[in-house]
Write a protein that binds this ligand. Structure first.
Ligand code: GAL
Length: 809
């Protein structure tokens, strides 16, 4: 890269936040990237960061072919696995370069903060190595004083992904943000504060703010002034102290009267604004956002937030954003959380790795509790041959420390997990690893309990060997049928479903006859799973069993379902050599962010603010006339009557005769005839309170496009997810029309990506066309930096096109 080139890049480099004493520049634009060992200008491309080099594909069975025995599936012999990590080209090396400017380095400290680089990052600045960080999911930083220079600074980040490093699609490259933090030499360092709220009542709360101050010389006097701002930005408490700084931590204490408590319903956020000054001159200003809330895990009685009992209605999620890959985008995350909140979700488990900071910020703001988890592997007998286990011994403490220091001020984080289904659950080495992680976490944050996702419950494993007892909260992955036994044997007196269900279903795909197959693998032609939500894997079950445990015992503190969204990789039960099959079907919502039927089952149980009434399957079964086609209704109402073409099929009421009848209304013997299915729901007093109808659709007539948002921010990053379907002339959606649709975007935005939720589709996500799957696909559009109208058109042969507009402001 020549210097003229660099100056142009520099001008493009990203957002700068300035207060008087510190600036934070996020390096988004002006990066150059190439694959390979060394930078080759002739093949390099201009990219923006966050960037995921592998999501552009193409999909291919040859990528990361793994010959493994998946122990969790009970396999004893290694076999070839395709699509296990998504069938995308993430293995190999890549190099990124950019340049940023530092006005002056005199009396300044420059810190580079990386939110996450996948993986094995090697960072050099101005030709000098500044830091390496193997784990792709963690945030890390490097102070580059003495290396950063006034003027242009040349930053290079090399990374490498290895074969067999993962059990799912990890993404590739600088997939999270990079920041340049410029402070006075005397400053609060990265993640240098810790707020706790030791006493929380309705009337008052005590706040304790501990901080590090760096860059002082011995015994220097520093004035530290902190104001506490309430959610409306009004000052509600203040402290001003002079500390004689010699490298020790300082704590300031505050009383806040009449606090607005943080909870999923009211995610109220406070800010501690700290100003450091020396000899009357301000040198640093640091803001710590936090919430006031109390956590109590009470034996036998459950989990209490602000003194109120609350169960985890949680989901586990991997970090990928489907067709956007791993490249983080706040708008995409917000869309995920909006969908989950509407389902009634109140908690997220970041399985099995550290989240993007944007996700934690959103959970704080939107009111979702978090279980933050760092690892899928420890050092002892790791699951992935080239995964974290290879570096665990050297890196685990550093990784866990960064995680805890990064997120210990976030009120959404209510629990730390230290691992997932680690083979260390067996025996001595494992207990040592557990104690090591537990102690590191506890030392940095004594306020939150520690759990671990456990699955080894046989003789000699976690129940007997002290592993589960050493956790504050024992978290079990699956096996709800054994919870009573665990509860009786363990001293903890609480049980968490750290991972539940793993029901498999493909959106809108129905297979007959319908039988409930808990703990059994069922395979169908076309590598799809049944949308009647009656199938799981050998280790897993349908949602009903977990609902029952939560409903029946206070000591069950809730659950985290595997998973909220489908993700790239782990295409169980087609996780053998069943190519093409590259993404999971565990999700309640598919890879195109379209809810499956299962969404409404959870919604009917978990959303206690708005009622649910959902009918499945669709009613377009040409060729199945008069065949048994069961109808299920997922509803928050206790009973309902079903009509097919006006003929009553009888009333059903939720009851305890089977666990499925407890949560679903089912008509198992209904026969298909074209026309209309209507359901009328009744409340407990026998009043008809709601109804819903679905109809057999007629001939394809026109396309329908429904954006989730019709107004976007002109920041070049905001997204709208547009659902595309085919309708008949009366507007009935045709759930079986799978034609290819093409997209065009003009005006104030660009086409970003598309997906249809079909785990077997090999179409690239970035081309502006997609086959509908079960009658639907999603097109994602991105706002421009300037205001205007974004015009989106979808067209397909044989049906009328559709145009929709989105305002970009
Ligand atoms: C669990 C595991 C998850 C995922 C899931 C699929 O055992 O913790 O990462 O593999 O099974 O059911």
């Amino acid at each position: 890269m020549n210097s003229r080139h660099l100056i142009i890049l520099m001008a493009l480099s990203g957002a700068i936040n300035i207060n008087a004493q510190r600036t934070v520049q996020t390096l988004k634009n002006g990066w150059e990237f190439c694959r390979g060992d060394s930078f080759n200008e002739s093949v390099s491309q201009k990219v923006t960061v966050p960037h995921d080099w592998a999501i552009y594909g193409p999909f291919d069975r040859k990528h990361d072919l793994q010959v493994v025995a998946v122990e969790q599936n009970g396999e004893a012999e290694a076999t070839e696995k395709t699509g296990r990590t998504g069938g995308l080209p993430f293995i190999g090396k890549g190099i990124y370069r950019t340049v940023f400017e530092v006005p002056d380095t005199t009396s300044r400290t420059i810190t580079l903060v990386f939110d996450g680089v996948m993986s094995n990052a090697d960072v050099t600045l101005n030709g000098k190595k500044v830091i390496s960080w193997p784990y792709g999911y963690n945030s890390f930083y490097a102070v580059v004083d003495g290396i950063a220079v006034p003027g242009e600074n040349y930053l290079e980040v090399a990374c490498e992904n290895k074969d067999g490093q993962s059990r799912w699609y990890p993404g590739a490259g600088i997939y999270r943000n990079v920041h340049v933090v410029n402070t006075d030499k005397i400053h609060i360092p990265t993640w240098g504060t810790f707020v706790t709220t030791p006493v929380v009542t309705k009337e008052y709360a005590s706040i304790s703010l501990t901080m590090d101050i760096e860059g002082t010389y011995n015994r220097q006097n520093i004035r530290v002034e902190t104001v506490i701002l309430n959610p409306q930005g009004k000052e509600v408490a203040k402290a001003s102290n002079v500390f004689c700084a010699r490298g020790q931590e300082f704590t300031q204490n505050f009383l806040v009267n009449d606090p607005d408590l943080w909870s999923p319903r009211n995610p109220e956020l406070y800010t501690a604004k700290t100003t450091l000054s020396v000899d009357g001159k301000d040198v640093d200003e640091y803001e710590t956002r936090f919430g006031i809330r109390s956590l109590a895990y009470v034996p036998e009685k459950g989990f209490f937030l602000n003194g109120e009992p609350i169960k985890f209605k949680g989901v586990c999620n991997h970090h990928d954003l489907g067709p956007l890959g791993a490249a983080v985008n706040k708008s995409a995350l917000r869309h995920q959380l909006d969908l989950l909140k509407d389902m009634g979700v109140n908690a997220i488990r970041t399985s099995h790795n550290m989240p993007a900071p944007e996700l934690v910020e959103l959970c704080d703001e939107m009111g979702l509790m978090m279980m933050v988890e760092p690892f899928d592997d420890w050092g002892f007998r790791p699951k992935s041959p080239n995964g974290y286990g290879a570096v665990f011994n050297e890196w685990a403490d550093k990784d866990v420390s960064n995680m805890v220091r990064h997120y210990r001020n976030n009120p959404s984080v209510v629990m730390w997990s230290i691992g997932n289904e680690v083979p260390s659950q067996w025996g001595e080495p494992g207990i040592n690893e557990l104690m090591r992680l537990r102690n590191t976490v506890r030392q940095l944050d004594p306020t939150r309990p520690i759990t671990c996702g456990m699955d080894q419950v046989g003789e000699g494993a976690v129940i007997d060997n002290g592993f589960a007892a050493a956790l504050d909260i024992p978290g079990f992955n699956y096996k709800p049928q054994l919870y009573d036994k665990f509860y009786e044997k363990l001293p903890n007196r609480l049980i968490l479903g750290s991972e539940t269900a793993s029901t498999v279903s493909s959106r809108g795909q129905y297979f007959f006859p319908i039988e409930f197959k808990d703990h059994n693998v069922v395979l169908h032609e076309g590598n799809q799973s049944n949308s009647y939500d009656n199938e799981s894997c050998s280790w897993s079950n349908t949602p009903d069993l977990d609902f029952a445990r939560d409903d029946d015992h206070d000591w069950c503190i809730g659950q985290f379902v595997w998973t909220g969204f489908d993700y790239l990789g782990e295409p169980s039960p087609y996780d053998t050599d069943a190519w093409p099959s590259h993404s999971s079907v565990f999700g309640i919502i598919d890879l195109a962010s379209l809810p499956k039927d299962r969404y409404y089952l959870y919604r009917s149980k978990w959303n206690d603010e708005s009622p649910t009434l959902h009918i499945l399957p669709h009613w377009n079964w040409k060729g199945r006339e008069d065949e048994i086609t069961p109808v299920f209704v997922y509803t928050s109402y206790p009973k309902a009557e079903l009509f097919i073409n006006g003929k009553s099929q009888g009333m059903r009421e939720k009851n305890d005769s089977t666990v499925y009848n407890r949560y679903r209304l089912m008509w198992m013997d209904t026969r298909y005839e074209p026309g209309e299915v209507r359901v009328v729901a009744y409340d407990n007093d026998g009043h008809a309170v709601a109804e819903k109808t679905i109809k057999t659709a007629g001939k394809p007539h026109h396309l329908v496009a429904i954006p989730n948002r019709t107004s976007l921010t002109a920041n070049g990053e905001d997204l709208s997810y547009i659902t595309i379907q085919v309708a008949d002339k009366d507007g009935n959606i045709i759930p079986t029309d799978n034609r290819r649709v093409k997209f065009k975007v003009s005006g104030a935005g660009t086409f970003e990506a598309t997906a249809n939720g079909d785990p077997t589709s090999l179409l690239p996500f970035q081309n502006p066309e997609m086959d509908l799957f079960s009658g639907a696909a999603t097109a994602i559009v991105r706002s421009s930096n300037s205001e205007g109208t974004l015009i989106f058109t979808a067209s397909a042969p044989g049906v009328k096109p559709v145009t929709t507009t989105i305002e970009v402001k």
